[in-house]
Design a protein around this ligand. Structure first.
Ligand code: UD1
Length: 435
């Protein structure tokens, strides 16, 4: 069944209790899969989540003449030894943001790339100028024709690339292009997100020479060839954060397992500021609420190690429960508060100022309503709002949620959530405009 034709039905008001295991990081896995294009040999990649972005990417990699697919529950094998083309175009490429990594990987492997302009969630303009600036510094030329980015270089030579804006995508893309280039590439003002480090670790384990990932300056000394091998993707920081917030939002008590607590520090600190209980273990965090009321707080999204923009919508939902007025400032994307109207229809009282700041009047109980998932993380936020709300909420547009959350309902159900997926026919009139 197409997930456009399904809805989630949630009966709210049940505190989540129990333990949940977090899957591999979607944003790391998508980059690692595309990075395998640089490798001559078989890459066995473990801890890959079964989400639609991954299936789409596997399809695109196969369309390049490579072998790719799941060989176990969470294990994907990719072999691009006999890659046949530098052209990655089509609907799947246009759908996902991680397609931008085909530019760097194909350029690095074949000296040329023709890639449809990448898509992804709609947070306003999603430029690729920094990716192209980086490729140019390495000696590549590029143009955009009929929505396809064409990049070519007779020879890629290392140079210093300064990132004017901290960009995860551009940092990873330039790293991909530089791995097999001549000489040393330096990425200055690089993104430090956990998945940037994970991609560097993957490439290094296949023979690359990358130093400094996780700091502002990444140095990549080009090598002649990469070899196959095995790699395990890090746990999903954003999925973990979503469950941590859901536990707090429902007044529950949940142990979130299989995570790297260090990656969660900015969220844990904010939850503690609000009065939520946080116990950290080596690879788990327990989140619990033992106070009658949560305190207000102000949150600003920032590149890592700041508060992640990908947890902004989920956190905003939690702020509706706190006593007093809170603010949420979105500093990464220009237009990432478009879903606020959906929350207000559930009884929240949130106003948006200047497009990037939400002011939340806390203590407004939510009630069930039919709502739309506006994008991947806003969809997760709607699920959390529904779990908190009195009565039944129906969530439409599940294709967004399915892009990034593995077994979402199953995991929530195991924590006691009253949640199910049903066929939709037809979508209610009230939501057609919102869609
Ligand atoms: C990645 C994540 C996405 C997350 C975002 C920020 C993946 C697949 N997606 O997206 O979920 O929300 O990081 O943590 O990992 N920018 C430019 N020029 C460019 C590229 C980006 O100006 O060439 C700007 C963007 O407009 C944005 C900021 O840089 O304001 C950050 O974007 P970036 O880190 O590149 O996001 P993505 O890699 O697309």
């Amino acid at each position: 069944m197409n997930t456009n034709d399904e809805k989630m039905v949630i009966l709210g008001g049940v505190p989540l209790h129990g333990e949940v295991k977090i899957s591999g990081a979607k944003n790391s896995a998508v980059a690692v899969l595309v990075a395998s294009i640089l490798v001559k040999g078989k890459c066995v990649i473990e801890n890959v989540p079964r989400v639609s972005d991954i299936y789409d990417l596997i399809g695109i990699i196969k369309s390049l003449g490579c072998e790719a697919g799941f060989v176990g529950d969470d294990v994907v094998e990719v072999d691009c030894t006999n890659i046949k083309t530098h052209v990655a175009t089509g609907a799947a490429v246009r759908k996902i943001r991680a397609s931008s990594y085909f530019m760097g990987a194909l350029l690095g492997r074949l000296g040329r790339a023709s890639v449809d302009l990448p898509g992804g969630c709609d947070f306003g303009v999603r430029p690729i100028d920094l990716h192209l600036k980086g490729f140019k510094a390495l000696g590549a030329e590029s143009d955009i024709e009929y929505g396809v980015v064409n990049i070519r270089a007779d020879r890629l030579t290392g140079d210093t690339v300064y990132m004017d804006v901290v960009s995860v995508g551009a940092t990873i893309d330039v790293m991909l292009a530089a791995v097999l280039a001549d000489g040393m590439t330096v990425i200055d003002s690089a993104a430090k997100e956990p998945h940037v480090v994970d991609v560097a670790n993957f490439l290094n384990s296949m023979g690359a020479n990358i130093r400094g990932a996780g700091t502002d300056v990444i140095k990549i000394r080009g090598v002649k060839e990469l070899h196959g091998g095995m790699f395990s993707v890090i746990p999903d920081q954003i999925e973990a954060g979503t469950f941590m917030i859901a536990a707090a939002a429902t007044g529950g008590d949940v142990v979130v397992n299989n995570i790297i607590p260090k990656h969660m520090e900015s969220l844990s600190a904010k939850l503690e500021e609000m009065g939520v209980g946080i116990d950290e273990y080596d690879e788990a965090i327990r989140v619990y609420v033992d106070k009658p009321e949560l305190r207000r707080c102000n949150v600003k999204t920032q590149p890592y190690p700041g508060f992640p923009t990908d947890l902004q919508p989920q956190m905003l939902v939690l702020l509706t429960k706190a006593k007093g007025n809170s603010t949420m400032t979105e500093n990464v994307w220009e237009n990432r508060l478009q879903y606020v109207g959906e929350l207000n229809r559930m009884g929240a009282s949130i106003t948006v100022e200047g497009g990037d700041m939400a002011i939340v009047e806390g203590g407004t109980p939510l009630t069930g309503a039919p709502v739309c998932a506006k994008d991947l993380r806003a969809g997760a936020a709607m699920v959390i709002a529904a779990l908190m709300a009195r009565g039944v909420t129906e969530i439409y547009n599940l294709k967004y949620i399915d892009r990034g959350y593995e077994d979402f309902e199953k995991k929530l159900k195991s924590l006691g959530a009253q949640i199910t997926r049903r066929c939709v026919n037809p979508m209610p009139e009230v939501l057609k405009a919102a869609k």
